[in-house]
Design a protein around this ligand. Structure first.
Ligand code: KG4
Ligand code: ZN
Length: 345
């Protein structure tokens, strides 16, 4: 097939986003125009994403964001070959807004609609940015997800590990909250950790040493609460020490879990010369965790691939790209009766 161009729409959480992306016959992709509107300010007063506020904000912003993405791309709706919209998993109100908008455009223009799984968007982004070949491993660490996934091909995934309680970003956010740090907690904890002593507290490293590749972070959060409560009064330095010790425990846990994943990959694919570990999700912004993963990959002779942060966090270019990849392998478009799914493993 020749060059394909697609309009992507993302509304599954608290980012409203639209993008126009193109894919050449040789598999090379390019973002022609994109725009992401973060709702962070609408939600920060509540210390987390409020679904009803998110859905309303998507309704207000989406039409003009789509126009803006098209404008930046220098294309019109007539130029695109298809529409891709996130149809799950995520907050149902937002998903309805994005998917219904995608359906309306598809119906009005007569173009095919691809209902994209948000996680598939994250999983395939490294092929847009770095042209990574199948198979590879992907670690998704965001506010809603913590998963280690084997990416065998388009529409062909195997989840090797997931969290049995809190997502990693959630653990950062809850830790920040109970230490009185602002939302979102990840950046705040990382900032404080810089001046802290990581050796002061030995927090639990859940599931370390276990053969299965799952994650668990709720015990860590409980240990942080107990540490904070054991000190009276809590100083700025105490908080920094707790943050540094928390981050250290997370690092060690990831090193163990992901290390096992890399070994399993090697065993399964001994012939893949330079296997790759790809990261995605907001927690991938954390410098200590990145350094830990980089070192781990170097040691195991894996390529460590971290796409630019703007493409690691929620965006519409990844949804457009997933749609393009689905088209390119001949997967059929979705019927306009397709329903949004808040849960979609
Ligand atoms: O992927 P993302 O932007 O949104 C979704 O969850 O969909 O991820 C947001 C999460 C939040 O929990 C936030 O605290 C965390 O990523 N995060 C970080 C850092 N920056 C963002 N966690 C640790 N260190 C950071 N520097
Ligand atoms: Zn996401």
């Amino acid at each position: 097939s020749s060059q394909l161009t697609i309009l992507g729409i993302e509304t599954s959480c608290d980012e409203t986003a639209a993008a126009v992306v193109t894919r050449a016959a040789d598999g090379h992709g390019e973002i022609l125009g994109e725009v992401v509107l973060s709702q962070l300010e609408e939600h920060s007063a509540y210390g987390g994403v409020v679904p009803e506020i998110a859905a309303r904000a998507h309704v207000e912003a989406l039409d003009s964001l789509i126009s803006e993405a098209l404008l930046r791309s220098g294309r019109t709706l007539a130029d695109v070959d298809a529409i891709a919209a996130t149809s799950g998993p995520g907050l149902i109100g937002g998903l309805i807004v994005g998917l219904m908008t995608g359906k309306a455009i598809a119906r009005a223009t007569g173009k095919p609609l691809y209902a994209v799984n948000h996680l598939e968007g994250h999983a395939l982004t490294a092929r847009l940015t770095d042209g990574v070949a199948f198979p590879y491993l992907m670690l998704l660490v965001s506010g809603g997800h913590t998963q280690l996934v084997l990416v065998r091909g388009v529409d062909d995934y195997e989840r090797w590990g997931t969290t049995i309680d809190d997502a990693l970003g959630e653990a950062f956010d809850k830790t920040a909250k109970l230490l009185g740090l602002p939302y979102p907690g990840g950046p705040a904890v990382e900032r404080m950790a810089k001046s802290g002593n990581a050796e002061r507290f030995t927090f639990p490293r859940p599931l370390v040493g276990e053969a299965r590749l799952d994650f668990s972070f709720s015990g860590l959060k409980t240990a942080v609460r107990q540490a904070a409560q054991s000190i009276e009064p809590v100083t700025e330095q105490d908080i920094a020490d707790i943050c540094a010790s928390f981050q250290r425990a997370v690092s060690r846990t990831l090193k163990d879990r992901i290390g096992r994943g890399l070994e399993r990959f090697r065993t399964l694919y001994p012939d893949v010369a330079t296997p790759a570990l790809v990261v995605a999700g907001g927690v991938a912004a954390n410098a200590e965790l990145r350094a830990t993963l980089q070192t781990l990959c170097d040691k195991n002779r894996f390529r460590f691939i971290a796409p630019p942060m703007a493409l690691c966090t929620d965006n519409a270019a990844m949804i457009a790209w997933a749609g393009l990849e689905r088209m390119a392998v001949g997967l059929s478009a979705d019927d306009l009766s397709v329903a949004p799914r808040s849960r979609w493993p």
